[in-house]
Design a protein around this ligand. Structure first.
Ligand SMILES: [Zn+2]
Length: 264
């Protein structure tokens, strides 16, 4: 198994601009900073109005995508995502999954199948550690999972789809929302900047780079990715903020991924 991982790592280094698939040690911020920043984010999120200009037309968002997403089936793209996940060192990680003595997540699922329809990468980058899990945190719901890496890593689309929001909010900073069909969405927040081709309405393939991990928001944050899995009907008054956040770790391991015999 380690040999397979090594081969994959070599392929990754040769073909792509990822650093490696093994999470690094070295978190970017103290837990105190994280607590402060997340508190600010949540409190501002409650009062910040939704942007209207960056929201896309959305008449077909709930239907299956017509374009084939074959990037994973062909084996391409797998090296763009982490195959192991470690808690960030020296941090108290809220809602952390079970880990081994080296703080690696036990039974980590690099890809999951959501509602039997969409295969998603659980860590949409490489070289990152988990700095916060999904769930209640300081009496509020943390609606996604947070990852940190040093240096900041490229964030990639966790699955193919259509970009339905790409812009800036005070609380989410530079962010992207992708519709994967079947009322399943992913959101990527606090990016340093969005790549020029990342535009509302564009189709996007799994593994496409969105931009680097950053700390954009209207207040100080540690550099990290806030990553959300959202389900529901986009076509309501609240648009993406009416969708239901879900814990990506709670979904089953993808059998499609298992068939590729890439494991560790
Ligand atoms: Zn977060």
């Amino acid at each position: 198994m380690r040999r397979n991982f090594g081969l994959l790592l070599g392929l990754c280094l040769a073909l792509y601009d990822c650093a490696h698939s093994k999470p690094k040690t070295g978190g970017a911020a103290s837990s105190a900073e994280t607590r402060q920043s997340e508190r600010s984010k949540v409190s501002k999120a409650r009062v910040t109005p939704e942007p209207s200009s960056s929201l896309a037309r959305s008449s077909s968002l709930g239907s299956p995508l017509s374009s084939g997403d074959d990037s994973l089936a062909g084996g391409r793209g797998v090296g763009l995502f982490a195959l192991r996940l470690q808690l960030c060192p020296r941090m108290r990680v809220s809602n952390a999954p079970q880990v081994d003595k080296n703080r690696y997540v036990r039974g980590f699922k690099p890809f999951v199948m959501v509602n039997k329809k969409v295969l998603l990468a659980v860590v949409p980058t490489t070289g990152a550690c988990l700095s916060s899990g999904f769930g209640r945190r300081r009496n509020r719901l943390h609606k996604g999972v947070d990852f940190q890496s040093k240096p900041p890593s490229l964030i990639r689309a966790a699955a193919g789809g259509v970009i339905v929001e790409a812009g800036y909010r005070k609380d989410y900073g530079n962010y992207v929302l992708i519709a994967h069909g079947h009322n399943i969405f992913t959101r990527y927040a606090h990016l340093e900047r969005l790549k020029s081709e990342i535009k509302t309405g564009s189709k996007i393939r799994r593994g496409k780079a969105l931009g680097k991990m950053g700390n954009t928001a209207d207040w100080k944050l540690p550099i990290h990715l806030h990553y959300e899995l959202l389900v529901g009907d986009y076509n309501t008054r609240k648009k993406s903020f009416g969708l239901k956040p879900k814990n990506i770790f709670s979904y089953p391991y993808s059998q499609d991924f298992a068939r590729m015999k890439i494991s560790q």
